[in-house]
Design a binder for this molecule. Sequence first.
Ligand code: SF4
Length: 405
Amino acid sequence: MVPTAKQQPSSPPPRSLYAHIPFCARHCGYCDFAIAVGKTDRIEAYLVALEAELARKVSLFQTSPLPMDTWFVGGGTPSLLDAGQLRRLGEILAGRTPLAPEGEASLEANPESFDGEKARVLADSGFTRISLGVQSFEPGTLEALERPHDATLVERGVRAAREAGLAVSLDLIFGAPGQTRDNWALDLRRAIDLGPDHLSLYGLTYERGTPLEKKVRGGLVLPLAEELERDLYDQAMTTLEAAGYHQYEISNFSRTGFESRHNRAYWANLPHVGIGMGAAGLLDGERTLNTRDLDRYLRLALAGEDTAFQRERLEPWETARETLMMNLRRVEGVVPEEFLARTGFSLDQILGDGAGPLVRQGLLARDELGLRLTREGRFVADAVIVQLLAGAPGSPEPNSAGVPG
Ligand code: SF4
């Protein structure tokens, strides 16, 4: 049976903005993001469309401009924009959704397209943080991932960001074909030696239809053994902790005070505005997903029309389940008072007996502070979350999901 809310859930206005820049110089073999390859002649038109979409979305609110605590510009490759285009992007965001004092503004950059001039323009435009797509320093791993940069360009990027006064986050990938414990140890060491404020580590996934997944299916590429991948994640948690980076989410590690506020808002399942091709948004209990077709996006946005191709309004208890799922990604997990205030449901109402077996298996911990993954649970987080929700009241499916191990 579907539970009934105990109290009215809080529905704050959005304080976070995501802007998607889909342009990429080439298609990396593992990528299934919303991208547009080799279409940099459309960037100017895209910026006009982005502003039109943002204006339309902001006009839905009584406050205009609509202040934000965080901006996150992701891609694609936002650093493919030239310095003038980056300045224009900053003006568009600041004009419609100004950043609050002490706000956080991040932009994703690739080492081969990021330099001192772009870093200075970004800092002048209010950006505070660069998220650099390093993935690896090892030539063999970079080749397996089809990434065109090398370690020298990474060092140039970090230096440029630092000189402009920007905080630095580095993205790394583990589990690439051919990766070993030793070369992953070198990747971690080289990343730490650059002194970033923050690190995001992603296990490589073979998304259906990507060139890399096709190679795996054709027997041309051999994925790593599951056990080795697990070891690499374990190695990363231990190494980064010892180097002073605390883990605050399944994939994210930070020096104190440099956690990504934008992503924290996302894991708290708070409303956010999403603009650009393929961007997701959550406003007033409705999830939207923009079209992933560049021409269609430009046409709709420039005509002032709705750019979403998917809309979903969740029932309050569905929002509560979704919030539980997102909260569990955080190291602190689900905090009962926060959960009740955000969703109107108590944790018990949503969980029922769902957590018991997983707590007994040592994959979840539950106490007066709330419910969270154990260190062991982080290795199989997705499966734990599926099993937890499958056993909760109101689930459409009986408890059938298996947790490996
Ligand atoms: S640069 Fe990033 S977004 Fe573009 S294809 Fe490569 S992985 Fe995908």
